[in-house]
Design a protein around this ligand. Structure first.
Ligand SMILES: Nc1ncnc2c1ncn2[C@@H]1O[C@H](COP(=O)(O)OP(=O)(O)OP(=O)(O)O)[C@@H](O)[C@H]1O
Ligand SMILES: [Mg+2]
Length: 238
């Protein structure tokens, strides 16, 4: 494990920030990473990206995504939460990447700008591939194992079929001494074996089983009861 635990040193905070309003984060003191794969789940706005970004910045990643030595910034928007974090680390990872669906476009531009050798990126510019293709190209070619990989909603670009491909890639990388922390809403990715799932709902961060995640339950409910559910939703909205 490259990150075993995090602690937030609230006593070092000098003035309140927006993340003090996010209860899951404001109530957090410490979090353990005991499994090779940790998922962050929870409602939109529950604080997953805020915490993942703080972990990434503290570990040395560029806040908008990339590897440790990527250094680009389109907007100085990252929060100061990373300054309050202490990470309890194991051995130093040999590889690493912070991949955010929401700023992937900017990262692809950076890769173009620095005139990188595209060999590691599927042989052509990430901009010349579809969103999903470029996302998987990057993971396939650039994630080399023995690494720490932080992914924010990797499913955003991917078809269900490709999410299954990603699941297989993650599993291979884990077998090659990697650690993942992934914020996701995908009932497919969450189904991977032997992961810890932390829910940011209910004003706290708690570990829950796969079958208790909203992503699983709402997808299952919808598929099994589509017609009844649609009628009820339409009636409620009238
Ligand atoms: N730079 C910022 N300034 C002010 N508020 C912010 C900022 N970034 C995020 N927030 C607020 O913090 C809350 C948590 O946002 P965050 O992006 O961490 O949620 P999330 O759990 O990742 O949601 P999603 O599932 O939609 O990605 C939201 O209410 C959001 O509006
Ligand atoms: Mg988010």
């Amino acid at each position: 494990m490259y990150i075993k635990n995090l602690r937030i040193n609230w006593n070092q905070q000098e003035c309140k920030e927006y993340y003090n309003e996010i209860l899951s984060i404001n109530n957090l003191e410490t979090l353990d990473f005991k499994k090779r794969i940790t998922f962050f789940v929870g409602e939109n706005g529950s604080g997953k990206s805020t915490l993942l970004e703080a972990i990434a910045v503290k570990y040395g990643f560029n806040p908008e995504g990339g590897s440790i030595n990527y250094n680009f910034s389109t907007k100085p928007t990252h929060s100061s939460l990373s300054e309050l974090l202490t990470l309890s680390k194991g051995i130093r990872s040999k590889d690493g990447f912070f991949l955010r669906a929401e700023s992937f476009y900017n990262m692809a531009s950076y890769v173009d700008d620095i005139g990188i050798d595209f060999e590691g990126y599927g042989g052509r510019s990430l901009h010349e591939q579809s969103h999903g293709e470029s996302f998987l190209t990057l993971i396939n070619n650039r994630f080399r194992g023995n690494g720490l990989y932080l992914l924010d909603e990797p499913e955003a670009a991917l078809s269900p079929q490709r999410q299954l491909s990603l699941l297989v890639m993650i599993n291979k990388l884990v077998n090659n001494n990697s650690q993942f922390i992934i914020a996701t809403h995908s009932p497919i990715l969450l189904g991977i074996d032997d992961a810890a799932i932390y829910s940011f709902d209910n004003d706290d961060i708690n570990q829950i089983p796969y079958e208790e995640t909203e992503s699983y339950n709402i997808t299952k409910l919808f598929i099994e009861n589509r017609e009844i559910l649609l009628k009820r939703l339409m009636n409620d909205s009238e």
